[in-house]
Structure formats: structure tokens, C-alpha cells
Design a protein around this ligand. Structure first.
Ligand code: TEU
Length: 564
């Protein structure tokens, strides 16, 4: 049973099934493997699993290219396995969100196969356009607009059978659905109802702010040295987004069934999130913002060019979202997912000396903000980015396409590889590290992507046995959210906002104040006198370095107090 607003003090755990647990030795994770490890999640105390796609797919983008929304790919198992996962999770009080990928399908989906046929009744289910006037179809410059795909190259592909170009904001095997067509919308809603009837508890909605595209598809400003312009910018947050989401909400009963809905929205703003997550607009419960995970990327350069993180900018961005959604709507809270490098390597310090402390402190900072926290598989262990010997070690189509395009455009291959090493999505997709046996206990076979060599030190078995581990720290943070209303509901205030090392904040609720003080640096720090409430008589709820109340903070030391 789901009650109104149950997701406001829930914690979600994201599983990337391909890399979670392999039960049949084929080197790829699967649904029976997930079922076999549900007790790990029950011990951690999470309330919800967000399951990345397990549907029938040619796996061009590891399942984010769906060929049948209502069947399970044999790589992951069967519909019966999916039903068993739902039953076993629900038996443990854990809910399941499915990943809803409906901005695009696979080019092998029957809808697209039908749409390509000349005269097809489904021609208008996708975005088909003729070659630009005066240009030979299939030649550069003939594309209907100058948009780039997010995965390199043009966003349009010439299809001989159809005799037209089709739009694909991602790979050419991911054609964009035409949401202007009510037949498309109804087909999506029917599919969603089918999953709700099967017992799922909500949806994570893939790039959902791209579904409403402008009525006139026009060129965007070209980028220096690039043949195509920034396609996302042309289509994100289109004019009918709120309308489509309200229509979906009513047609599927998202609010009526108290489902958890979270919209992934690259390019969204606090203003848009206020509109979409305002309960009165019957949109979604929350959205994933990308503003904080773009702060260490060069806005003008490659998305893989690493720029040093400015902690103050990070603190201020999260504060902006806390303040913006304090009185209307709701926040999601995340550092990690299957598209981002590992937080402890990116925002923390993954050296042997500081890996555990920085992972714990990053978790304390995230979980003490107001909103629903998301824990990505392995984040509860402090798993880190991995090492790549060369491009042959990568599997992600985004990385492989980017490498080919950048090197093809004359960029220094070593610089391209350095960027991928720090920001490639494959960093997040190395197999879950269960124990220190062969292949980290992930598979009996050859893993589809190499296991991070540090699994002998960083693994679930070792951390379950160590009360001071990242795992148990994360478990205690989750317990705090379940026990103390101030954690889920307390009003947020940032302290020491311009301090380059210390992240301090308060949460106030019904006369109680929670205080977090964290040194988010690899150097000692000192809390300026009088800058935070006095903690001499406070209750210490959770700390990384024991019960210390002085002004001096060790590197990556964090403390959470309850006052009053
Ligand atoms: O991600 C959308 C998205 O913005 C990602 O492309 C991300 O910004 C980029 O890869 C960062 O380098 C969603 C899914 O989460 C992603 O796995 C899919 O590849 C993508 O949509 C297409 O479905």
C-alpha cells in the first residue's frame, strides 16, 4: 500500500542490472542476480529500487534503446523473473520503479520498423523530414537541421526505405518518438498502465523534458570547429511539457495510485522544476537536475574536459534548489548514477588515505539536504572510478563515438583518453564489488566490463563486517531519515556559504535543529568562532571521526548534531 507523499522520507537505490549481479555466468548481471542480493538492500535500509532498463533491446545504448516495452530481454531474464523480483522486493517492504524511456525507441521496435515503410499509418509516430533543399540526401549539410546528436555526429539519419531523414537525439538506433501525435501518447500511457497493473510503484522518466519539441525545427548557432550545433538546447523544455505530463498523470493515475515519479531533465532549471513538481500541476513528484553535475565540465569545451570543482559553486547550486523548492515541489538528491563518474573520485578524494572518509562525508552532506536521496549501486561502498589502459577498455557507445569523432577531428588522443578516464560513464558501470573472490563475486564468467582492480579492498563483504565502513555510515544516514522528521521535512539553511572547505547547514523542524558540519577537503579546516550554533550540549547523531566538538576538523571529517 502506498500513502500520499510516502516518497518524502524514502531513499531510492539505483540498480544498473548489467553490472549488479550475474546468476548464470554469461558475464552480464541479470534479474535472478538482483533477487539473490535483495537482502543487501534490506540491510542498507533503502525503501525503493530504481531499475535501469531490462526490456527487450539490441543493447546499442545498454538497454536505453527499447524494442519491446512489455517484455524482458533474455540477457536479464523473463517476465516471470520480473514478477518474482516485484514479489520478493515487496515482501521486504521495498518498492520498484521502472525506467521509462519514451523520448525514443530502438530502431528495431515494431513501431519504427512500421513507420519507415512508405505510406505507413505510423509514419507520423517519429520525426521524419526531407533532405534540406538543394542537397543530395545522405550528404553532410542535407540534414533538416544542424543539430548534433548527444552521442556524436548529426541528430538526423537518412533512411533509404523511408526516403527521408529521421531525428535521433542519441544514437541513430534511438529514433525520437513524435509526442505531438496523440496516438503515440496513448500507446505510451497504455504501456505504463500495464506496468502499474503488474505492481510497479513508479517510474524514473528518461530525458522526459525532451519529449515536447518546438513546432518549427530550426538550426541552432554552430559551435566553433564543429559541424553540428547543440541539439539538446534546441529541444529541451519544449512548450507542451507540462501539458503532456499532466495528461500522462491523469491517463495513468500517477497521483491517484501514489506512484513515485522522477523526471530526468538535462538542461532543467529550478523554475521549470517548480512548475513540474508543484502538486497542483499534477506533473511529477521530483526531477533530476544536471546543474551540479555540470559544474566540473567545461561549458564551452568537450563534456569530457575536466575542470577543477569549485566547492562554493557546488554548495550554492544545491542551496538554490533547496530554496527554490522549499515551499512548492520537491527535490531529488544525487551525486551518482550510471551516467556520471563516481562521486568519491569526482567530488571526494579516492586516495587510500581519504577514500572512506570522503565517501562518508559526501553521503552525510547529500542525505542531510531536503529531498529524496538516491544511492547508486556501489556508492554505499565508496566504489571509485576505475582505470582504463586504452579505448579498448571502454564499452559505452557515448565514449566510443566521442573518441572516434574527437580523434577524427584532430584532437590529441591522449587528451581525449584523459577526459574519458575522468568523466566516462563506464566509470560507474564496472561490476558491483560483492567480495574479494575472483571477479569480485559478480560473475563466474568473463565480465562484460572489467572489474575495478581495487575490489580486493572495496567490497560489500568487507564493509558489512566493519562497523566504521561507508556501508554502515550510509545505513545510519538512511535510518536517521526514517527516525527523525527534521531530516525529511526540516527547513534548510546554508551556513558558511563562501567557505572553500567547510560545508555547514541546518535543518529546523518543530523546534528542533539539526546541524551538519563537514570538511569537504583533503586538508585540515577550522570552523570560524560563532559561525555555527554551539554544540557543547548537543546530541551527536553521526560522525566520521568520533565525538569531537572542537573547531578543528580533520580532512573529510563530518559531524551531524541534534540541538534543542
Ligand atoms: O541520459 C540522458 C543524458 O543526458 C546522458 O546522455 C548524460 O547527460 C550524458 O551521457 C553524460 O555524459 C539518459 C540515460 O540516463 C542515459 O543512460 C541514456 O544514454 C540517454 O538518456 C539516452 O536514453
Amino acid at each position: 500500500p502506498r500513502s500520499e507523499g510516502w516518497w518524502r522520507n524514502a531513499v531510492v537505490y539505483q540498480i544498473y542490472p548489467r553490472s549488479f549481479a550475474d546468476s548464470n555466468g554469461d558475464g552480464t548481471g541479470d534479474i535472478p542476480g538482483i533477487i539473490a542480493h535483495l537482502d543487501h538492500l534490506a540491510e542498507l535500509g533503502v525503501d525503493v529500487i530504481w531499475l535501469s532498463p531490462v526490456y527487450t533491446s539490441p543493447m546499442d545504448d545498454n538497454g536505453y534503446d527499447i524494442a519491446d516495452y512489455q517484455d524482458i530481454d533474455p540477457l536479464f531474464g523473463t517476465l516471470a523473473d520480473m514478477d518474482e523480483l516485484l514479489a520478493q522486493a515487496h515482501a521486504r517492504g521495498i518498492k520498484i520503479l521502472m525506467d521509462l524511456v519514451v523520448n525514443h525507441t530502438s530502431d528495431e521496435h515494431p513501431w519504427f520498423v512500421e513507420s519507415r515503410k512508405p505510406g505507413s499509418a505510423k509514419r507520423d509516430w517519429y520525426w521524419w523530414r526531407p533532405a534540406r533543399d538543394g542537397h543530395e540526401p545522405g550528404t553532410p549539410g542535407a540534414e533538416p537541421t544542424n543539430w548534433a546528436s548527444a552521442f556524436s555526429g548529426p541528430a538526423w539519419h537518412w533512411d533509404e526505405e523511408a526516403g527521408a531523414y529521421y531525428l535521433h537525439l542519441f544514437t541513430r538506433k534511438q529514433p525520437d518518438l513524435n509526442w505531438e501525435n496523440p496516438e503515440v501518447r496513448e500507446a505510451v500511457y497504455a504501456m505504463m498502465r500495464w506496468w502499474v497493473d503488474r505492481g510497479v510503484d513508479g517510474f524514473r522518466m528518461d530525458v522526459i523534458n525532451l519529449i515536447s519539441k518546438p513546432s518549427e525545427l530550426e538550426d541552432v548557432p554552430p559551435r566553433a570547429g564543429q559541424p553540428y550545433g547543440e541539439g539538446f538546447a534546441a529541444v529541451a523544455n519544449g512548450p507542451r511539457l507540462a501539458e503532456f505530463l499532466a495528461e500522462m498523470n491523469a491517463a495513468v493515475g500517477l497521483d491517484e495510485h501514489h506512484l513515485l515519479t522522477v523526471g530526468e531533465m538535462p538542461g532543467s532549471t529550478v523554475e521549470l522544476a517548480r512548475t513540474i513538481t508543484d502538486r497542483a500541476s499534477h506533473g511529477l513528484n521530483m526531477v533530476f537536475t544536471f546543474e551540479h553535475v555540470n559544474l566540473d565540465r567545461d561549458p564551452e569545451g568537450s563534456k569530457f574536459a575536466h575542470v577543477p570543482l569549485d566547492l562554493v559553486a557546488l554548495k550554492r547550486n544545491l542551496e538554490e534548489w533547496q530554496v527554490g523548492l522549499a515551499d512548492v515541489g520537491w527535490n531529488s538528491l544525487y551525486w551518482d548514477n550510471h551516467d556520471q563518474p563516481r562521486a568519491v573520485s569526482r567530488f571526494g578524494d579516492d586516495s587510500p588515505e581519504f577514500r572512506a572518509a570522503s565517501a562518508k562525508t559526501l553521503a552525510s552532506v547529500l542525505h542531510m539536504h531536503r529531498g529524496t536521496p538516491y544511492v547508486y549501486q556501489g556508492e554505499e561502498l565508496g566504489m571509485t572510478n576505475t582505470t582504463f589502459a586504452g579505448i579498448a577498455d571502454y564499452r559505452d557507445v557515448e565514449a566510443l563515438n566521442y573518441h572516434a569523432e574527437a580523434v577524427g577531428l584532430g584532437e590529441d588522443p591522449e587528451a581525449v583518453l584523459a577526459g574519458l578516464a575522468s568523466h566516462s560513464r563506464d566509470n560507474a558501470r564496472t561490476p558491483m564489488q560483492w567480495d574479494d573472490t575472483h571477479q569480485a563475486g559478480f560473475t563466474e564468467g568473463i565480465p562484460w566490463l572489467s572489474v575495478n582492480p581495487n575490489y580486493v579492498l572495496v567490497n560489500a563483504k568487507a564493509e558489512l563486517a566493519d562497523p566504521a565502513s561507508v556501508f554502515h555510515h550510509t545505513r545510519r544516514l538512511i535510518a536517521l531519515r526514517h527516525e527523525l522528521p527534521v531530516v525529511a521535512e526540516g527547513r534548510f539553511a546554508l551556513l558558511l556559504g563562501d567557505d572553500p572547505q567547510i560545508w555547514a547547514l541546518t535543518r529546523t523542524w518543530e523546534g528542533r535543529t539539526l546541524l551538519l558540519v563537514a570538511n569537504c577537503s583533503s586538508r585540515p579546516a577550522t570552523v570560524p568562532a560563532g559561525s555555527v550554533p554551539d554544540v557543547a550540549a548537543a546530541e551527536l547523531l553521526l560522525a566520521t571521526h568520533g565525538d569531537r566538538r572542537g573547531a578543528d576538523l580533520e580532512p573529510w571529517e563530518s559531524r551531524i548534531f541534534l540541538l534543542g
